[in-house]
Design a protein around this ligand. Structure first.
Ligand code: HEC
Ligand code: HEC
Length: 349
């Protein structure tokens, strides 16, 4: 009798429990990516939609040294917000083993409009770019299984990943999820509030010198910058071109990826936004100032079989010192101090 009663009570208890609703799992919140007026729409890959949780997680990972082998370096060690996300004024960044790389750190902004990543376009999309610096022996020098292990053992990351990607409680953190989260954060790094942008929106005036600099920038007989650094929004066509730095390149650039002889010495055309913060310039950081850059385009570029046709036809000495100063004045209208101080991109720790 006693056993029967116990059984009844237990069944009642279980039935009661089953009636309760299972806890509602919080869905990730879609991220509202605001594109400033004047910049084109951004293509977000269908398999990595942006969410508030995903962007926050990507930001945290970007600033977390856990991704490097000895936990001394994060992405932000070489990509500092105060410098337009380059590495201070260093020509070559120093990795965790104290070894310098061979290329100048690239600024990180408006990445969502790019078609490939790194100076030579070695990463075909933003997600795959993420593992490059982590595994690079002169950068973070870590291997991916160890990264996954460290993230899975972490007291908070497993939960944050499950929340960001809407996964069951038992799901483990994987490297593709890490790539997606950091890429989501990278897509939010939008710079579009320079004086040039404000002028385009009709909110401010540019000086006569700046406007003259812009004319020279587009004038095919003069600056002829906009053939490659297209005037408008991103200030690049993102094509690979040889702008005449060397007659025999030390770094063969795009050729290292495609192995096509016609790609020797070609590099991705960079944007010209935020130049005030991203010196030194070029893939090897050889120029410390914009005055040096302009002197180079005016008369210092070197011929070679892959020199871009636009520069092959350019007349050396075509710009006066005033012309060069005016182009530099125009370039500085592309500096965006708001981007450097935006709290949304700052270190969350
Ligand atoms: C040791 C310094 C260093 C660290 C750490 C580092 N980077 Fe970089 N980053 C560079 C350098 C140098 C380049 C240019 C590399 C090249 O072109 O070969 C670069 C290029 C990039 C680019 C390409 C931008 C473009 O316009 O094509 C992205 C994106 C990027 N890094 C993101 C990251 C992320 C995310 C991390 C962390 C997972 C990271 N970086 C860690 C130095 C660093
Ligand atoms: C034929 C295409 C082309 C033309 C024309 C051109 N550029 Fe460039 N520019 C490039 C490429 C490609 C690079 C990257 C080269 C490298 O580092 O190897 C570059 C790099 C730069 C950089 C360095 C940016 C950085 O982040 O390091 C500046 C500044 C620059 N160009 C300004 C100008 C100006 C100003 C003009 C006009 C006077 C001009 N460019 C004309 C293709 C061009």
């Amino acid at each position: 009798m006693f056993r029967l009663c116990l059984f009844c009570l237990l069944s009642l208890f279980i039935l009661q429990c089953q009636k309760e609703d299972p806890p509602v799992k919080k869905q990730p919140t879609p991220f509202d990516l605001v594109i400033p007026k004047g910049l084109p729409a951004m293509n977000i890959p269908a398999d990595n939609p942006m969410t508030v949780e995903g962007v926050a997680l990507g930001r945290r990972l970007f600033y977390d040294p856990i991704l490097s082998a000895d936990s001394t370096q994060s992405c932000s060690s070489c990509h500092q917000q105060a410098h337009g996300f380059v590495d201070g004024n260093l020509q070559f960044s120093i990795g965790i083993d104290g070894q310098p790389g061979t290329r100048n750190a690239m600024p990180l902004f408006n990445l969502g409009w790019q078609r490939s990543f790194f100076w030579d376009g070695g990463a075909a999309n933003m997600e795959s770019q993420v593992v490059g610096p982590i595994t690079n022996p002169v950068e973070m020098h870590e291997d991916l299984p160890r990264v996954a292990l460290k993230l899975n053992r972490h007291p908070e990351y497993p939960t944050l990943f499950r929340e960001a990607f809407d996964l069951p409680d038992t799901a483990a953190v994987t490297i593709p999820m890490l790539m997606k989260a950091i890429a989501q954060f990278e897509r939010t790094l939008i710079s579009g509030n320079s004086r040039y942008d404000q002028w385009k929106r009709g909110d401010t005036q540019l000086t006569a010198q700046e406007l003259h600099g812009m004319d020279l920038f587009q004038d095919f007989e003069k600056g002829d910058c906009s053939h490659c650094h297209v005037l408008g929004s991103t200030f690049s066509d993102f094509e690979f071109r040889n702008n005449g730095l060397d007659s025999i390149p030390v770094d063969e650039g795009r050729f290292l990826i495609t192995l096509l002889p016609n790609d020797k010495g070609k590099f991705k055309t960079p944007s010209l936004r935020n130049l005030a913060y991203t010196a030194p310039y070029m893939h090897d950081g050889r120029f410390a100032t914009l005055t040096e850059v302009l002197a180079f385009y005016n008369s210092g570029f070197k011929d070679s079989p892959t020199l871009d046709a636009n520069l092959k036809h350019a007349v050396k000495g075509r710009l006066s010192p005033e012309d060069m100063a005016d182009i530099i004045a125009f370039l500085h209208t592309l500096d965006d101090p708001d981007f450097l101080s935006s709290p949304a991109f700052a270190n969350p720790f």
